[in-house]
Design a protein around this ligand. Structure first.
Ligand code: SAH
Length: 253
């Protein structure tokens, strides 16, 4: 795990992101075509809210085969991304203040907290690993954060990079049409979100909860809060425990 620099600029920034550019270094640039041109992310990039540059690692390879991977020293299965092309690729995009992230199954687990920290940066460079991973000297020389998107193994860092970009982008002013929704969402205060319903009031014998149709806003707020606590207790005992501890502390004060 690497967390070389600590910062929480987002909080100094009124919760507004200062993100201007994300540079993604990958062996598979075409992977990003559709995700970066579709939906909210596509619209935001088109509107120039921030920039995403996808950089082809092979452009930084040296030999005529554009080789970027090699056998691991010490043996073992699979291939490792060579340090040379990555050193050159990262150096070519790194500016003063660029934070370099490496997607890695053995990195720090990505949380909303970490997403906010990244959103407080101006310039992010995300390196996508592949095969068995990357030469450790890349981490030593360049990487500020090794980031895992969950306790499972993906085939490539591209999937993780997309998750990071999307989660961070939601904090960029103008990305969400309704910035309220950022505050009310899962994880913002340590609880998961309440269940959502929309029309019709009944489908196939299943009715939407009566309270939501009551127009009684105080009751609705109470119901939603109860639902959030109950859901968190049921599916995320780890978060629930932290939530309860937080409340105990609050009462002591
Ligand atoms: N040998 C590695 C797995 C390599 S998977 C290990 O045992 O940890 C290939 C690449 O996919 C990794 O280099 C990393 O960039 C990416 N990757 C896999 N799982 C990931 C996860 N949970 N989070 C972020 N990136 C992941």
């Amino acid at each position: 795990m690497t967390v070389r620099r600590e910062s929480s600029k987002l909080y100094e920034n009124d919760g507004r992101s200062s993100l201007a550019a994300v540079k993604i270094i990958t062996l598979f640039p075409e992977f990003f075509n559709s995700p970066l041109s579709t939906g909210l992310l596509g619209r935001a990039i088109q509107a120039g809210l921030f920039r995403v540059d996808v950089i082809d690692l092979r452009d930084f390879a040296e030999n005529r085969y554009r080789q970027c991977d090699d056998y691991p020293y010490g043996g073992g299965s699979g291939m490792v991304l060579m340090p040379g092309p990555l050193f050159r690729a990262i150096s070519s995009v790194r500016e003063e203040g660029t934070r370099v992230l490496l997607t890695s199954a053995s990195g720090t687990l990505l949380t909303q907290e970490l997403v906010k920290r990244f959103a407080g940066e101006r310039d992010l460079c995300i390196v996508c690993g592949h095969y068995e991973g990357v030469d450790q000297r890349v981490v030593e020389r360049f990487v500020d954060y090794e980031v895992s998107v969950g306790d499972y193994v993906l085939s490539g860092g591209e999937f993780a990079a997309l998750a990071i970009v999307d989660a961070v982008a939601r904090y960029v002013p103008g990305f969400m049409s309704n910035s309220e929704s950022l505050v009310e969402e899962s994880f913002e205060d340590g609880l998961l979100e309440y269940p959502q319903y929309t029309r019709p009031a009944e489908i196939d014998g299943l009715a939407a909860p009566e309270v939501l149709l009551s127009g009684d806003h105080a009751r609705i707020r109470r119901w939603r809060e109860e639902q959030r606590i109950e859901k968190t207790r049921r599916v995320r005992p780890d978060l629930y425990k932290r939530y309860c501890e937080g409340n105990d502390k609050g009462e002591e004060r």
